[in-house]
Write a protein that binds this ligand. Sequence first.
Ligand SMILES: Cc1ncc(COP(=O)(O)O)c(C=O)c1O
Length: 387
Amino acid sequence: MGNGFNTRAVQSGEFRDERTGNVTTPIFETSTFLNPNPNPSAYLDHTRNKAYMYTRWGNPTLEALERKYAVLDSVEESLSFSTGMGAITSTVLSHLKKGDRLISVKELYGETFIFFTKFLPSIGIDVDLVKLDEMNKGEIDLNGYTGLYVESIVNPTLGVCDIQLLGKMAREAEVPLFVDATFASPFNQNPSRLGATFTLHSGTKYIGGHSDILLGLAGFDKNKMDSVWSKRKMLGASPDPIQAFLGLRGLKTLGIRMKVHNENATEISKFLSEHEKVERVLYPGLEGFAYNEIARRNLTGYGGMISFELAGGLESAKRMASKLKIFSYAPSLGGVESLVSLPVETSHLSLTPAERREAGIADGLVRMSVGIEDKEDLIEDLKSALE
Ligand SMILES: Cc1ncc(COP(=O)(O)O)c(C=O)c1O
């Protein structure tokens, strides 16, 4: 098989059966399998190297998704989950136990923040959070920690984590590094190549790509399979086969979609940064943005997420958002359609104004998930809404 991203995305992992001659992987919509399977050449479930048994344990459609994802994200093994949070909770809990200490950053996806600050301490796992900029200095002493957890690109301020630097530090200190690379997607970053031990994704976003499924993925070395698998099984976080099928289908076009997300957002970030009514543009690929140098070293493309502030603050932001015709006003991200949201009203509503200030989220901050529509049309839509 060729080594190009799109070739691997299309060709790898598919469950083909010469007896049926199926080209694409079928949806194995079965909760259970013959046990024991009397056929001496029965297919083996990669999670246990035994015949399939029960879909919460493993299923050929899930396995095809896991194999394709593993090839694209350069990981030895992978498991799929019902949601991104299913992947995050199962994987972190597969590794940490009572008495352990985790170090992470303050700039985290909201539900992960709750998991770390409320749930983990309640089961005797200490969590220390530092600012992303502090983490990026590479001066944190990892001694005494059992895990280091970061996100490739943070929401909604688009700060970029220096995974390359942290990966090196984590390897030296022998502390496993967890990376949630949802905003980057496997097309723009393979955290395992930068030193990550566990790579995590909300497959709901770019991997699914069409805003029509919930899905999670985790990638890791072979020797981690048993512990992550047993947590997925116990927490009941496996996806159903239809969801897995849609994730598998989404992965086939990830490369061509991401290329357009990257191009569109790059153009739009330039347009916004030159517009008189726009005060500040946050985009990893934008020259002059505080994280642009780290982004260039850690990412091969900068994704479709852009945040910006208008001179008129919250009122102007609301008025502008209400005038957009192509961008829909909705949370979430990573789908083919362009979305816009105000974090103060959606993802960061539960934070106090002081907490939002601390996280660098101005009231008038607008967050966009740039889709794959034609960039000229998206820019025209923004131009008239801004006017
Ligand atoms: C960076 C990041 N991680 C994890 C998640 C959780 O994913 P899911 O909603 O699929 O559980 C999200 C969801 O928005 C996210 O943005």
